[in-house]
Ligand binder design. Structure first.
Ligand SMILES: N[C@@H](CCC(=O)N[C@@H](CS)C(=O)NCC(=O)O)C(=O)O
Length: 224
């Protein structure tokens, strides 16, 4: 049995943890549990993560929730000075972009993806979709500018800052991104990485196996 366990079906934010584990070449066990009573909110999993949300990890007895705390922790543990930045300032920039992604764009991309792609056609709410695009416009311009003159957020190398932001907005790859071409190229570059492709394959497989009922539940539980 592997020392690292990643809990959460790849359709969820567990995708972020799976991507970093692949990027780092870690041996891990993936437990693709579902959201809700049959999964993360079942007593055995609430005992590990009382939030009842996904993802969470157990790294040889060390339990951690919050997807981007997980990616930062694993990158710092296994790739200091490479995937995880070496300098104090670059580390702070990685935190900056990670907190930015969670607070500025995470919810908007989720709402857009549900109401533009994932819910059954006749249940999509065009007003919610359009409002999400409005909310995303300003932060997407900021990201577009940040990667206009360098390949990655911190410079020439792909770091955990890129992984975190690209993972949070990965579903935006299906948007019309012509007004933010640098963002589009950067996101494509990040998602084309071999590790991202492995995690994306798991996510696409999970998406395809997700029933309309579960997608409705995702929208309901998360108020999206
Ligand atoms: N900020 C948390 C959000 C976790 C979260 O909301 N996860 C969703 C799945 S992507 C979930 O478990 N929703 C079901 C629920 O809240 O019961 C993180 O980034 O890990």
């Amino acid at each position: 049995m592997s020392a690292l366990r990643i809990y959460g079906i790849a359709r969820t934010r567990a995708f972020r943890a799976l991507w970093v584990a692949e990027e780092l070449g870690l041996a891990y066990e993936h437990l693709p549990i579902e959201i809700g009573e049959a999964g993360a909110r079942a007593p055995e999993f609430l005992a590990i993560n009382p939030n009842g949300r996904l993802p969470f990890i157990d790294d040889d007895g060390f339990v951690l929730f919050e997807s981007l705390a997980i990616t930062l922790y694993l990158a710092k543990k296994h790739s200091p000075g490479k995937l995880y930045p070496a300098s104090l300032q670059d580390e702070a920039k990685a935190w900056q972009w990670s907190f930015w992604a969670i607070s500025e764009v995470d919810r908007g991309v989720n709402i857009w993806s549900l109401h533009a792609v994932r819910l059954p056609l006749d249940e999509r709410n065009a007003a919610k979709r359009d409002e999400a695009l409005k909310v995303l416009a300003a932060p997407f311009r900021i990201l577009d500018t940040a990667v206009a003159t360098r390949p990655y957020l911190l410079g020439n190398d792909f770091t955990i800052a890129d992984l975190n932001v690209a993972a949070v907005i990965s579903r935006a790859i299906d948007m019309d991104l012509k007004t933010v071409p640098n963002l589009k190229d950067w996101l494509t570059r990040c998602l084309d990485r071999p590790a991202a492709r492995v995690a994306l394959a798991l996510k696409h497989e999970a998406d395809a196996a997700t029933s309309a009922d579960v997608t409705r539940r995702i929208a309901q539980i998360n108020r999206l």
